[in-house]
Design a protein around this ligand. Sequence first.
Ligand code: AHR
Length: 522
Amino acid sequence: MRIVAGRWLVAWCATAMAAAAGIAETQTPIAARAVLHADQSGPTIAPQIYGQFSEHLGRGIYEGIWVGAGSPIPNTRGIRNDVIAALRHIHVPVVRWPGGCFADEYHWRQGIGARAARPTRVNTNWGGVEETNAFGTQEYFDFLGLIGARSYVTMNLGTGSAQELADWVEYLTSASRSTLAQERRRNGRDAPWQLDYIGLGNESWGCGGNMRPEYYADVLRHFSTFIRLPAGQAVSRVAVGPNADDYHWTEVLMANAAGSFDALALHYYTLPGGDWLHKGSATAFTESDWIRTLESTVHMDELLTKHEAIMDRYDPARRVALDVDEWGLWHDVEPGTNPGFLFQQNTLRDALAAALNLNIFHRHSARVRMANIAQTVNVLQAMALTQGEKLVLTPTYHVYDMYQVFQGAQLLPLELDAPRYQYGGHSVPAVDASAARDANGVIHVAIVNLDPGRAAALTLRITGAQSRGVSGRLLTAAAINAFNSFSAPAGVQPVPFGGASLQGDLLSVSLPAKSVVVLDLN
Ligand code: AHR
């Protein structure tokens, strides 16, 4: 689609939308300027930044992904067809499994072989419900094959042993005729699976064992030793990283165990209410909650910058990655649902927070080589919600859809000069953006207007490239808390964007208030 200027229409829409949201509309748009250096290129944006996390938690795996082959819900070998289609569409590159806190109490042998013979355990972390182990190793790898994603298996360093880890690795990866490889064949899988990432415990500073970093560094060195892969195979060893701003954790691990891991995994959740006891509603919130959520979201940039500075001292060549294998907005559960199931709705606010985080990950691509949003279906900031046979795609899903052009693209330096959006003593940049060039030479620019009441006019000068046309997609809604429900599943979804125009090396973009835009410059 070739874009022609349609600013009066965008401005009119913005006014109408802000009015509907009950937020005071200001007619003067925010003026922002940027320079895009298309003649310089940065690191590759690892596709794995678009990764997912799926834990045995609530209705995430059971109902959300796995319904069993006998279910009336259309499925492939027990896995929901609608979920497969949705995740294939956004090219999910990797799925972290089986936890989370669940991983440090998971014993892999209970999830292999005939399903009827698998033991039922209690999921002690998440609601005390029965865990049938119906979804285990072979179901996970089948799911990955169906959606075309890489594997990321988190090992049990909490209640498991180094022997248990070594056996699971052999069961998964050995092409030999060892007893474990033969057992895999009897369970229906001849060829070894591809193990791409191996997690060495989860939150060992908390639910994974309440360890001090000095102690975990030794446990990590111990367990990591027994990852014995067949010749020619490689796996990325992901160590438990810091809890948000625990810089001491990063320092100790880099100083004492850096040879035992290839990535350190940061966990950081945005808590809209500010703390774990007051997380706040996913759908009933004010402009004050909106700005505090976005402010807490952009804090990710500071966390990455400071952890990277520590890593740079020990690893200036950047061999070790800083992955963010749990992140997202964590709200109160939906009223009337099991508190242990972490089921929450997902609004335009979640979509903007996702876009901001992805822009931040792009900018930190030199170190951040994987990120896994929590969690794929029905849990926390999910891509999709299910109710029986119904499935609804969330606003966050649509951001992943719009942003998938950035997977594997080369980051382009972008200098942005934008005023701040302020409210109630809080303040964030009013506009955020990132840019990259894909393998076909197309430049993509993602722009977020964080202000819920003002349109933004961005003038972007492009150096070192001549583009002939611009097209794009826009995600916004009438209200800051708009969401997709089972009765109205298409309330928030991307539409073609008519607010960008090119004149020579100048790109002019008129963004509605509270919106995300992804442009393609040909
Ligand atoms: O994603 C939910 C939980 O949050 C995970 O199990 C745990 O690792 C984190 O605290």
